[in-house]
Design a protein around this ligand. Structure first.
Ligand SMILES: Cc1ncc(C[n+]2csc(CCOP(=O)(O)OP(=O)(O)O)c2C)c(N)n1
Ligand SMILES: [Mg+2]
Length: 320
């Protein structure tokens, strides 16, 4: 593993902490009805989104997912901007009609997601083709869950991306679940990175709860893609702390599995490491935590004082 500077480690920790605190706050806002719709928590999975985006340049692209806040934080979207959209305000990047789940923000290279699982994969490949065609030196990350890889879109997209050596990195967040179905009930191959071989592509697997492992593998894959050496498929193994959505009673899941999943915490693991390496002290950590919480509170206040999206907007920018 290449040497990651202490400064970079601190930066990664700050992004990870911000993602966690933002998630906790959004869950609160969702329970009070201020954030609308099903909320798919990324608790326990944050190191993936933060780790893969941390090495991207501002001009690079990544799609969002329904658990995508780590991506948004990693892409350095200002919290006020994100929160305005999450709370349905007119000054969000989609003027308040996307909410947190369908967050789309081209200014920060965030390509949104698809309501049809896997629909975002060929779109990301198309963006990578545009980058190659324009010789713009930009890279695309296409990120999705394990439940998405058995969709035809995944296979067709990987095939063409590899054949044309497109500047794209495929990242799978494998939490072992697709909604209420365990991966082992539907997947003939649970080690997703192995599928890369079928497309003559490099496949890698990492512990997705170790942010430095994720960061390092993404760094290599992004560099390969930018050089014109083609795509990589990275599988990040993670654990899902919550149900598919907040409020999911999880009757289908063994309580022992939930308990075990929650014992694997990417944030406290990294925190312990930085304290052992004397990069952070308990005092500096607490200070950082306070300032992150303040920033989130300010973002919420900003959003709440912004104009609410109107009903009419729902009928604008639609084809029919
Ligand atoms: C084509 C299609 N089928 C089913 C759904 C419903 N659906 C939404 S999320 C989801 C599970 C996704 O699982 P995975 O890709 O592993 O992501 P995770 O939720 O575990 O992060 C399903 C089946 C959908 N949106 N689109
Ligand atoms: Mg999954």
């Amino acid at each position: 593993m290449g040497e990651v500077s202490n400064e970079k480690k601190k930066e990664l920790f700050t992004l990870l902490l911000k993602t966690r605190r933002l998630e906790e706050k959004l869950i609160e806002l969702m329970t009070t009805g201020e954030v609308a719709g099903w909320f798919h928590s990324n608790l326990g999975q944050e190191a993936v989104g933060v780790g893969v985006t941390a090495y991207l340049e501002p001009e690079d692209y990544i799609n969002n997912t329904h658990r995508g806040r780590a991506i948004i934080i990693g892409k350095r979207v200002p919290l006020k901007r994100f929160m305005a959209e999450a709370l349905g305000r007119k000054n969000g990047p989609c003027e308040g009609i996307s909410g947190e789940m369908h967050y789309f923000d081209l200014k920060y290279g965030i390509l949104g997601q698809s309501g049809t699982l896997g629909g975002q994969i060929p779109v990301a490949v198309g963006v990578a083709l545009a980058c190659q065609y324009r010789k713009s030196d930009q890279v695309v990350i296409c990120i999705f869950g394990d439940g998405t890889v058995d969709e035809g879109n995944f296979h067709e997209s990987l095939n063409i991306a590899s054949l044309w050596k497109l500047p794209i990195v495929f990242v799978v967040e494998n939490n072992g679940w697709a909604q209420f179905t365990p991966q082992k009930a539907t997947a003939s191959q649970v080690d997703i990175w192995r599928k890369a071989e079928g497309y003559n592509m490099l496949g890698k697997v990492v512990d997705g709860t170790d942010i430095l492992e994720v960061y390092e593998v993404a760094r290599e894959a992004i560099a390969r893609a930018r050089k014109g050496d083609g795509p990589t498929l990275i599988e990040c193994k993670v654990r899902r702390w919550e149900g598919h959505y907040i409020g999911d009673p999880q009757k289908y899941r063994d309580p022992k599995d939930i308990e075990e999943a929650r014992r694997v915490d990417p944030l406290s693991k990294f925190q312990k490491r930085l304290m052992d390496e004397k990069i952070l002290t308990l005092e500096s950590m607490n200070e950082l935590d306070e300032s992150v919480k303040r920033e989130i509170e300010e973002a919420i206040q900003f959003a709440k004082s912004s104009p609410v999206a109107s009903r009419e907007q729902a009928f604008q920018n639609v084809y029919v």
